[in-house]
Design a protein around this ligand. Sequence first.
Ligand code: SF4
Ligand code: SF4
Length: 359
Amino acid sequence: MTVCNSCRYCEGLCAVFPAIEMRRAFSDGDLNYLANLCHACGACYVDCQFSPPHEFNVNVPKTLAIARDESYARYAWPRALSGLFVRNGIVVSAIAALSVAAFIIGFAAFNDRAALYGIHTGPGAFYALMLHNAMTLLFGTAFLCAILVLAMGGRAFWHDIGEPIGTRTDLASLWQAVKDASRLRYLDGSGVGCFDGEDRPTRRRRIFHHLTFYGFLLCFAATCVATLYHYLLAREAPYAWWDLPVVLGTLGGIGLLVGPAGLLILKARRDQVLIDQASAGMDTAFLVMLFLTSLTGVSLLVGRDTATMGPLLALHLGVVFALFITMPYGKFVHGLYRFMALVRYARERREMVKGAASQ
Ligand code: SF4
Ligand code: SF4
């Protein structure tokens, strides 16, 4: 960071370099802020005249990737569980396997064979195999726990990067961060795209990331609408193909199939010099979990009127439950910390512009 602060060649590439220039020294909190502001496009490595084999050995994307991954463990709550970020790929895989096995065994134990492999149609068909209240209790508890853990991690990050509490009510900075995050403004190396193992940058990583992000949001919206249907309108799932929860879920599901699959392929092709190898398992596990959530959801949608509905429902619920409980201890946290870093950057920029105008 100190070399970059003297050089300043990359200041137009993304938010990281202007943020570096606003500092003379770099605390751990500053580095974690910069690390989570970086979108890992790779442009500054390709442009750098001090990258290997130069003796300065400057590799900003990899350095920030290492710091970023360490920051996830640092802000984990409770701290005793920060070890889950180590060998995260194995941890997530084991939890997913256990969760799927538990749902399959549970479905087999609480339903007779005729019910498990029977054809259930119409409103409430899913609840013939698992009571709605049991589903709500289990998934609601897992979801609320995930929100609590993420909130505590976000609080620790916010405190560590030295941000005053008042920024949270700075609506202009919040709005700027929402715009930057929703457009992935800094994922394109100042407009040229990302370096994904080819000679020229491409926009593919940005497109696949958008598909993943908006696919996730659409699936979440589908769940929210279905919850409102159930409690406000007394309409029970499953719903018709044309009904809003199914339309939102189907569109989101397509995004969550294509986006993570594309990101996994780009990740495999990426120049290894840009990557923090230690976190490869965590990145892959998260993308695979999103892909499997969608794959099992779409399979359930296709097979819900057949005798495969019972096993497909057990499989889908097992994967979704594993996704919920591993969310705060895996790559999902990057979305939260990156957004908070963008809020801070927006505020810093506004104050700098204000300061320059008043001089
Ligand atoms: S990455 Fe290299 S070229 Fe870019 S600012 Fe840092 S030292 Fe300069
Ligand atoms: S966002 Fe891209 S250009 Fe900016 S620091 Fe990260 S890798 Fe370098």
